[in-house]
Design a protein around this ligand. Structure first.
Ligand code: NDP
Length: 332
């Protein structure tokens, strides 16, 4: 059974005298900074002087360049995109690391692939929430929390786990549960979802829409049926609460249950299992990591192209049209 830490296992006062420098004020940076400040920690932000920096300032944080924020820090949390972390670390962070500092990651990428190797006199910690920043903040404000994976790669101070759990508590993660797994496991599992589960769902929805339209179904009705009604989202939340197959039995008619069981056997074959294994092998070999670093070096050329293609596809117009037609007044 995995080891999971809860609020009672963690103590924010272990780190309350320390200055926490959050590097990056984006999706995770903003949410974690606000939660930690609300939990009583002393938080400053390291960011370039631009839109993100201004947002941190208007949220009431002292904002410095990354170099300066790191020099003032006891705990440094790396909340900038993974593919640029090594460069920023090398140029603006490494030289400022003092004995007893902690460097914290929200995803194991830079450590798992050996892109950053913090010195031995520094704690190296993982506090990796399992949802986007908006939820990290929203759950926290509703007295709940987003679960996280946690790990200590290197304990220089003898306090590394206490610091990790103090941080996990301060962002609300131990309210739900902070599960101990290794940096490598966190990185590989995270990439697996991104390389198989999400592409499969998003790709299947997009392709289904295109073929349904070719078959003459009304665009808004197709989007409504596929995911616009929110049924898919709601039943997946229910599945997380009570179990995948329990959800099907509880909510689906015999016709629906028969369809789901028989078609999941037809659609997923031995080849799918082979494909899953190939994806895991590529993640472990670092194939994707190398590709991502290349992509960043070329200014995200392929990503920009793929984004443009998906935005200009017919799906966006049908989604916008459906949003005008269907209202979820009681749930907004
Ligand atoms: P974002 O893409 O939201 O990061 C944006 C921030 O990074 C901004 O502050 C931006 O500031 C800064 N930044 C971007 N490029 C540069 C650069 N070249 N030099 C300096 N600063 C830069 O990141 P996320 O919050 O998505 O991810 C942060 C970490 O959290 C990653 O390790 C990620 O894997 C992890 N994580 C993310 C999750 C998510 O919900 N997205 C979930 C769990 C973990 P500016 O451009 O102004 O310099």
């Amino acid at each position: 059974m995995a080891k999971v830490y809860y609020d009672a296992d963690a103590d924010i006062t272990q780190i309350s005298g320390e200055t926490v420098s959050v590097i990056g004020y984006g999706i995770q940076g903003r949410a974690q900074s606000l939660n930690m400040r609300d939990s009583g920690l002393s938080v400053i932000v390291g960011n370039r002087d631009d839109e993100y920096g201004s947002r941190a300032q208007s949220d009431g944080f002292k904002v410095f360049g990354i170099d300066t924020a790191t020099r003032q820090a006891d705990i440094i949390i790396m909340l900038i995109p993974d593919e640029i972390q090594a460069e920023i670390y090398r140029d603006q962070i490494e030289k400022n690391l003092k004995k007893g500092n902690a460097i914290v990651f929200a995803h194991g990428f830079s450590i798992r692939y050996g892109l950053i190797q913090p010195p031995d006199h520094v704690d190296c910690l993982l506090v990796a929430p399992r949802m986007p920043g908006a939820y990290v903040r929203d759950f926290f404000l509703h007295n709940s929390g987003v679960p996280a994976f946690v790990d200590v790669k290197h304990d220089a101070t003898g306090r590394a786990w206490r610091r990790t759990l103090g941080l996990a508590k301060a962002i609300g993660a131990t309210r739900a549960g902070a599960m101990a797994i290794s940096f490598a496991e966190e990185t590989e599992l995270d990439h697996f979802s991104e390389h198989f589960i999400y592409p499969l769902i998003i790709g299947a929805l997009t392709l289904s829409y295109e073929v349904l339209i070719e078959n003459g179904y009304p665009p808004e009705a197709a989007v409504m049926e596929l995911y616009g009604s929110r049924e898919l989202g709601e039943v997946l939340i229910e599945a997380a609460k009570i179990g995948l197959y329990q959800m099907v039995e509880k909510h689906a008619s015999p016709a629906c249950q028969y369809g789901i069981h028989s078609y999941s056997r037809k659609l997923l074959s031995h080849n799918t299992r082979t494909q899953i294994q190939k994806i895991i092998d590529e993640i472990k070999a670092g194939t994707f990591a190398a590709e991502l670093l290349d992509e960043q070096r070329t200014g995200y050329r392929k990503l920009k192209q793929m984004r443009m293609e998906s935005h200009s596809g017919p799906l966006s117009a049908a989604e916008a049209s459906l949003r005008q037609l269907i209202q979820f007044r009681d749930r907004e």
